[in-house]
Design a protein around this ligand. Structure first.
Ligand code: PEP
Length: 254
């Protein structure tokens, strides 16, 4: 794979069920003839319904979370195979909001990733990124490498199994201020070097994409579209408007 770019919408818990299905229908229409790879991640209650809406269209379905077991007494959790049954092709693993509010850590993220890779047809989007203090104390590179090692250590990828790493500096998420593009390029380089060390260059080229997330909008996206090593975007707030998300998606393809 020659690092095909992808744009992924994370709708978090921001829309009602009715709003979710309306926006999914709008996205399906808007992206007709898009030509790139795009996915939306609605709330879990809407997955089955949105899966039906998106079926056969240009936008794929993703989930915002997954559990590491496939069946059993795990109240409130959703397994990788259930996500596939619902029509999901992607799943976000270890988003920083889950790390913050639900105390998800990288040992849990590692188990979730393994479970996802055990199921055919589901691509994990593994979130990493430094917080404000780590950034201020110049520990970003160390933090990123550590998170990658904890999440991916000991994992073997089969054939063309895909993994997406989302670099999401926590301080940039929802802040309205994205990272400086040159800084993003540097962080993505660090991530690719760490992945090369762990998996080898051939596997990284064929099986991994590294995307950026944090306050991307149609206004700043152009600064990110030409960056080396930025294979796509994870978009929160700006993905809640179909026209805005489409503009972002078109711009990153260039
Ligand atoms: C996110 O939370 O994954 C994200 C990228 O959010 P935003 O675009 O709103 O910063």
């Amino acid at each position: 794979m020659d690092n095909k770019k992808i744009v992924i919408a994370n709708w978090k818990m921001k829309l009602s069920l009715a709003e979710t299905s309306d926006l999914a229908k709008e996205m399906k229409n808007k992206f007709k003839g898009f030509g790139g790879e795009a996915a939306i991640c609605p709330n879990s209650v809407s997955l089955v319904g949105v899966g039906k809406i998106l079926k056969g269209g240009p936008v794929k379905l993703g989930a915002q979370n997954v559990f590491w077991e496939d069946k059993g007494a795990y109240t409130g959790e959703i397994s990788p195979s259930m996500l596939v049954e619902a029509g999901c092709e992607y799943v976000i693993v270890g988003h920083s909001e889950r790390r913050k509010y639900l105390l998800e850590n990288y040992s849990m993220i590692h188990k979730e990733l393994k479970a996802v890779l055990n199921i055919e047809g589901l691509t994990p989007i593994v979130c990493i990124g430094e917080d404000t203090v780590e950034r201020k104390t110049d520990r970003r590179d160390f933090v990123l490498v550590n998170q990658l090692q904890e999440a991916l250590g000991g994992i073997n990828l089969m054939g063309d199994q895909q993994v997406i790493i989302a670099y999401e500096p926590i301080w940039a998420i929802g802040s309205g201020t994205a990272i400086e593009p040159t800084e993003a390029e540097y962080a993505h380089k660090i991530i690719k070097i760490a992945l090369n060390d762990m998996f080898g260059m051939r596997v990284v080229k064929n099986n991994f994409r590294v995307i950026y997330g944090g306050s991307i909008s149609s206004k700043n996206v152009k600064e990110f579209s030409g960056l080396e090593g930025v294979d796509g975007l994870l978009v929160g707030g700006a993905s809640l408007d179909a026209e805005e998300f489409y503009k972002i998606a078109k711009a990153i393809l260039k």
